[in-house]
Design a protein around this ligand. Sequence first.
Ligand code: NAD
Ligand code: DAU
Length: 332
Amino acid sequence: MQKLLVTGGAGFIGSNFVHYALDNTDAHVTVLDKFTYAGNRRSLAGLPEDRFALVEGDICDAALVDGLVANADVVVHYAAESHNDNSLHDPRPFLDTNIIGTYTLIEAARKHGTRFHHISTDEVYGDLELDDPERFTESTPYNPSSPYSSTKAGSDLLVRAWVRSFGLQATISNCSNNYGPYQHVEKFIPRQITNVIDGIRPKLYGAGENVRDWIHANDHSSAVLTIIEKGEIGQTYLIGADGERNNKEVVELILKEMGQPSDAYDQVIDRPGHDLRYAIDSSRLRRELGWTPRFSDFEQGLADTVKWYRDNEDWWRPQKSETEAKYKVQGQ
Ligand code: NAD
Ligand code: DAU
C-alpha cells in the first residue's frame, strides 16, 4: 500500500483528491493542513480510519515536515494561499506558504529521496487575448500577473531547480480553473450560487468578458494520479478539459439553473490586473500518459455543483457572511 502525504488536503482541490485517491486506489493518505480560513474539517468527514490520518500543521514547519516526508512514499503538494483577490490586499501569506512552504517540503523530499508531485496553476503563464488561436503549452514562457500567480511561478521554479541541481524526484502539473464540491464561497462559482440562495444578485467583475477554462475537480484528481503513476521525473504536464467560458456566460448558466432571469446580476468594480483569458492545451498529458477527462458536459457539472451547494448549506454557511463583508469593503 502506497503512503501519500497530501498537503492542503482540507482545501477545495486537496479534499477532492483525498476522496478520489481513497475511492480509486488502496493508498493510505495522510493530510497535512494548517486549517487557514480555507481549510474545512467537514470536507474530510467520514473517511476510513485505517487508511486516513489528519495532521494539523504548517508546511513551513521544517521539523514537522521532515518527519512526515520521511514516512511517505509520495508527497502531493496542494497547500497554498490560493485566492487572487486576497493576494492583492495582503500578499505576505502568499510568500510564506507558496514560496517558503514549498522550499521546506522539497528540502525534506530531497533529503529522504521521496517522490514529490507539485500542484500548480495555468496562471503562471499570464493571460491570452480573446482571439488568440494559441493556448498555453508546457513550453509557454512564464509571465504571472498577480502576487498569487507570481508566488506559484516562484514555487514551480524552485521545484525545477531542485530537480536539476539535486536530483529531486519531482513532477509538476499546471491546471486550469476547477469547479465542483467543497470550494470556498470566496471563489467565483460558489460565491454566485450561494448569493442566489441568499437572495443576493451575482457579482460580475467588469463586463464579464474574462475567460476561464473550467475543469471538474474530479478530472484534476484523476490527472494527478495518472502523473504520479506514469509521469516522467522532471517533467511538467498541463491539465485542462477544453472548458472555455466567459464569466458572463457562467453567471447566466447559474441563474438559469436556479430559476432566475438571465440578467439578474450586478456588475461591480474590476479586479486590478485582471487576467483576460486562460486556455490549456493538455494534449501532452493525453498523448503521453493516456489521460482523458470524464466530465465533458460543463452545464451538467455546474447543475450538479448547484445541487451540492443547495444540499450542503451547513458546509458553507459559516464562511458566507464574513466573505461577503470582505467583498463589500472592496466594492465587489
Ligand atoms: P484552497 O485555498 O481551497 O485550499 C488550500 C488549503 O491549503 C487549505 O486547506 C489551507 O488550510 C491549506 N494551507 C494554506 N496554507 C498552509 C500552510 N502554510 N501549511 C499547511 N496548509 C496550508 O485552495 P485550492 O483551490 O484547493 O488550491 C489547491 C492547490 O491547487 C493550490 O496549490 C492552487 O495553486 C492549485 N490550483 C488551484 C486551482 C483552482 O481552480 N482552485 C487551479 C489550478 C491549481
Ligand atoms: O486558473 C487557475 C486558478 O483559478 C487557480 O490558480 C486559483 O487558485 C483559483 O482561485 C482560480 O483563479 P481565478 O482568479 O481565475 O478564480 P476566481 O474564482 O477568483 O475568479 C474566476 C473569474 O471570475 C475571474 O475572472 C474573476 C471573476 N469573478 C470572481 C469573483 C469572486 C467575478 O466576476 N466575480 C466574483 O465575485
